[in-house]
Design a protein around this ligand. Structure first.
Ligand code: BEZ
Length: 261
């Protein structure tokens, strides 16, 4: 099921997605002259920061709308419409960076294999995305409300990948990476709109749950979900989502070291 992205809505209401990515950039510590790939670059804000650090960058995103917006905003940078689970480059990278993207990729084994193939031996990957238990309060309420209205098939949909540390580290290790750091941490996230934060969030990110539900019914269900979440997700004058992040730093082993010794 495809998610169609709206770059304007993303930048005005969901800029926190890349603003939180700035601490991940510090962990990557891009050096001048390094060749770095940004997977899931969105509208290109973090790709530009990598470039500002002196790196030679390429940004990829599955959404043509996002890549069009990124190219318009940063015409000097290299951007491609490519899938995180099916990309290929001729010239290898020193590092791979990815913020808030990999939870959208169902084919995780292929994504990790693409990353391994795109990195130089010894190259590093620094990634962060939704980890085990991510936005669980919101997701549980979406499923509950859908079920209460008889939408059992929609309620059962699984389209995000939120792994535990052991699950993702094992995946990396069996594909030739050595994991240097893995963290799973709570990052409660304020949503931009103090009136309709949950509604906006679901419209932006959770559309797959509602794809075959007629528009008026869909908006009424989403309003009901937001109201049901008020006691747990509305405080301090605004809406919050219970984000949990998995943050991983790993190095691609030289081929001779990646198998059993
Ligand atoms: C996240 O960044 O964790 C996320 C964003 C949208 C949907 C699901 C998770």
């Amino acid at each position: 099921m495809a998610n169609k992205w709206n770059p304007q809505l993303y930048d005005t209401k969901h800029a926190f997605v890349y603003q939180y990515g700035e601490s991940l950039l510090e962990l990557l510590a891009p050096a001048p002259g390094e060749r770095i790939l940004d997977i899931g670059c969105g509208t290109g804000a973090l790709t530009r920061q990598l470039s500002n650090a002196g790196a030679e960058v390429a940004g990829i995103d599955k959404s043509p709308e996002m890549i069009e917006a990124a190219r318009a905003a940063f015409p000097g940078l290299e951007f491609h419409v490519m899938d995180a689970a099916g990309f290929q480059f001729n010239k290898p990278f020193d590092a791979i960076f990815s913020n808030a993207t990999l939870h959208w990729v169902p084919e995780q084994e292929q994504a990790v294999q693409c990353m391994a193939a795109a990195l130089k031996p010894g190259g590093r990957m620094v990634v962060e995305f939704g980890g085990k238990g991510n936005v669980e309060t919101v997701i549980k309420q979406i499923r509950k409300t859908l079920q209460e209205h008889g939408y059992d098939a929609q309620a059962a949909r699984q389209f995000w990948y939120f792994p535990s540390i052991s699950e993702y580290s094992s995946l990396l290790e069996r594909n030739g990476f050595e994991v240097a750091l893995a963290q799973l941490y709570d990052r409660p996230t304020p949503l931009a709109d103090s009136e309709n934060g949950i509604t906006d969030w679901i419209n932006m990110f959770g559309g797959t749950f509602f794809e075959d539900i007629e528009a008026a019914e869909r908006q009424s269900l989403i309003a009901e979900i937001q109201e049901a979440l008020r006691s747990s997700c509305y405080h301090d004058g605004g809406w919050w989502a219970d984000y949990r992040r998995i943050r991983v730093v790993a190095r691609r082993l030289p081929i001779a070291l990646s198998g059993n010794l």
